[in-house]
Ligand binder design. Structure first.
Ligand code: BG6
Length: 255
């Protein structure tokens, strides 16, 4: 398509799309690890893509993270789609407030002139509180909305970076390190063949729910994330990848 031709990364996009078996790949210039503007371009590309596929009255579930925070920053009203509803994909994962899915989802809704619903759950959850929280009528209602999302947009992180950022306990960190987890998405930690090494217990979308959703968009860039992106897609049910040039160039080395 026109956008791909313009980006100059058409071949690289096709190569990644083919190898990872995706429906769509978008590559933006530069390396997100090095410059903020690169991450902003990534965010802008994610907004443009979302606006090209979204229809009126659809629900978009989003995760937290700095990449998604930039998507929120770049968000604007879609010209064709009205009444968008933004929801967090999962409950608390231990992020600081500006990186939480709730915060990001409220900002996206505001900038897109849409609606939002939030999930108020503490983290980490014990098995006991998890079971009782999912029975709360208000939580049940929003969980329904989340599971029926039309579009999911999420980040992918490096496993150890994410565990440390979320101040995971010594035990969890040990599990992640000895299990050789490479990537993290939605609070799931994956090794290099895509097996789940650890999962943060929280409500909301679970990995198996993703296969029922038509459009799952991963937004992740930076040379340092190439291994994580590759590991996530061994298992990941996402069908669109929006990444940057540095991650893409590093990614294909592993093919
Ligand atoms: C988290 C998401 O909030 O952000 C994860 O739940 C993702 O799915 C992570 O791995 C990525 O964070 P960042 O800051 O690298 O975009």
């Amino acid at each position: 398509n026109f956008m791909n031709e313009l980006s100059g990364f058409h071949e690289l996009e096709q190569q990644i799309k083919g190898t990872l078996n995706l429906d769509h790949v978008i590559i933006t210039p530069g390396n997100s690890d090095e410059h903020d503007w690169v991450k902003q371009e990534l965010g802008k590309a994610a907004v443009d893509y979302l606006q090209s596929i979204i229809q009126s009255n659809q629900t978009i579930a989003v995760t937290g993270g700095t990449s998604m925070a930039v998507v929120a920053e770049m968000m604007s009203p879609a010209s064709y789609a009205q009444n968008s509803m933004f929801v967090p994909a999962r409950g608390g994962l231990g992020e600081r407030v500006e990186n939480q899915a709730n915060t990001i989802c409220a900002e996206m809704a505001k900038k897109a002139n849409g609606e939002y619903r939030l999930l108020y759950v503490p983290d980490p959850l014990s098995e006991e509180s998890y079971q009782s929280i999912i029975e709360e009528p208000s939580v049940k209602e929003i969980l329904q909305i989340i599971r029926q999302a039309d579009v999911v947009m999420h980040g992918i992180g490096d496993a150890v970076t994410m565990a440390k950022r979320r101040k995971a306990s010594k035990d969890v960190l040990h599990k992640i390190e000895t299990g050789k987890a490479v990537s993290e998405a939605f609070g799931y930690y994956f090794n290099n063949v895509g097996e789940v090494i650890h999962k943060v217990r929280t409500v909301g979308m679970q990995l198996e729910d993703l296969s029922k959703i038509n459009c799952v968009i991963a937004v992740a860039g930076g040379k340092s994330k190439a291994k994580a992106i590759y590991s996530y897609f061994k298992q990941g049910k996402s069908n669109v990848l929006i990444t940057d040039e540095a991650a893409a160039n590093e990614l294909i080395k592993g093919f």
